[in-house]
Ligand binder design. Structure first.
Ligand SMILES: *Cc1c(COP(=O)(O)O)cnc(C)c1O
Length: 386
């Protein structure tokens, strides 16, 4: 079956996940049950975090954390220019102002010196571990502290990423993870906020569920509660938690496959002249290998659409992370007046990067097939511009 197409990502669900979902559906307890706490406990233990709070998505987790920390109008939050729009939207949704920072050309991560150069106070910094490689967190934490800001890590692509002796999600005040179908692990939709801060964890739990001052499921008389604060409905369902918990049992195998595929693919592509490949390790940072991004030359001498089409013609799916510097998306450029040229590294990545699959769905010869396909597609891309 070596010629089956390889998609960019594919959720890895097995009989155990199906059984777990059936058990939840048959139990009739679809929210406020015991599966979500079990998932939270397992995730916290894996990361070495004191608390993990399950939420509806990573976006919900980012927004909820900024809400609980009372980030609002007049506050400024430093956001990398190269990220998913969710990182910036969570700031906007609070009426606060995202201040965009360009990224490091060696890693695609928030450039600490560009962060340090920002003038004026910051309420928060939201470093994003780009494609799974942790940011320079020692430096970012130090700069954030100088500016009076707390640090909220966007760990959507960083499950099990390591920085020194610690995992992503335990490097700042809190970290937000995504369990969207094609991320490292899935709960269908879903996310998790990790933190060592007891009060923050308490408030996240309370405010993800309307601000009830007592949580349902802990009381003999459900339905009896008081409300002394605002909150959302950002809960995770028991079905989603069951899927997530079943994924944790397989996560070691998933991550080992990712690491091996990424290393194989990177070694094969390193022979291609003009291509930039970001490191899988950088100082104390070790990637969680979300994908391997191949960045085409800055001079535009290789035509990206042609390479992507060439991959597709050879049965290889790819993706783009991300299709724009966030400040140049229409909403942000119209609101704040950002213009091309202000974030040169993020613009290079937005225009020239291609994300190649390394997930556990690749199988034995997948990385080799992707490397061969890429080499052919790259030559076509050179000719298209040549
Ligand atoms: C996918 C992604 C998100 C959004 O995650 P959801 O769970 O879909 O809300 C946020 N940030 C980054 C960096 C992402 O890649």
């Amino acid at each position: 079956m070596t010629d089956d197409p390889i998609p960019f990502g594919r959720p890895m669900l097995d009989g155990a996940a199906l059984d777990a979902v059936r058990d939840v559906l048959e139990s009739g307890i679809l929210v406020h049950g015991q599966v979500t706490p079990a998932f939270e406990e397992a995730f916290a233990r894996r990361l070495g975090a004191r608390h993990a709070v399950a939420v509806a998505s990573c976006t919900a987790g980012l927004h909820l954390t900024l809400f609980v920390k009372d980030v609002g109008p007049g506050d400024r939050v430093a956001v990398p220019a190269m990220t998913h729009v969710a990182t910036a939207h969570s700031v906007e949704l609070q009426g606060a102002t995202p201040v965009f920072v360009d990224v490091d050309p060696a890693t695609g991560n928030m450039d600490p010196e560009a962060l340090a150069a920002l003038e004026g106070p910051l309420a928060a910094v939201t470093p994003v571990h780009y494609l799974g490689l942790p940011c320079a967190m020692d430096r970012i934490n130090a700069i954030a502290a100088e500016k009076g800001a707390f640090v909220l890590e966007d760990c959507a692509l960083a499950v099990d990423a390591v920085y020194g002796q610690k995992k992503a999600g335990t490097l700042g005040l809190a970290g937000a993870f995504s369990f969207y179908p094609v991320k490292h692990m899935t709960s269908i939709e879903g996310g998790m906020v990790t933190t060592d801060d007891d009060e923050l964890a308490f408030q996240l739990r309370k405010r993800r569920a309307f601000g009830y001052n007592r949580m349902l499921g802990e009381r003999a008389r459900p339905g009896i509660y008081d409300v002394d604060a605002l909150g959302f409905n950002y809960r995770m369902s028991e079905v989603e938690a069951a899927v997530g918990l079943a994924q944790i049992a397989r996560l070691d195998a998933f991550q080992a496959a990712r690491a091996e595929n990424a290393a194989t693919l990177r070694a094969a592509l390193s022979k291609i002249e003009g291509l930039t490949l970001f490191p899988l390790e950088h100082g104390p940072a070790r990637s969680s290998h979300y994908c391997l991004n191949a960045v085409l030359p800055r001079d535009g001498s290789v035509h990206r659409d042609t390479v992507v089409d060439g991959l597709k013609a050879r049965g290889i799916g790819s993706s783009i992370h991300y299709p724009g510097p966030v400040p140049l998306f229409t909403y942000y450029s119209e609101k704040y007046g950002y213009r091309p040229g202000q974030f040169p590294i993020a613009e290079w990545l937005a225009d020239q990067t291609i994300s190649l699959p390394v997930g556990p769905h690749l199988g034995e010869d997948g990385a080799g097939r992707i490397a061969d396909a890429f080499a052919g597609a790259y030559r076509e891309g050179q000719k298209a511009r040549g």
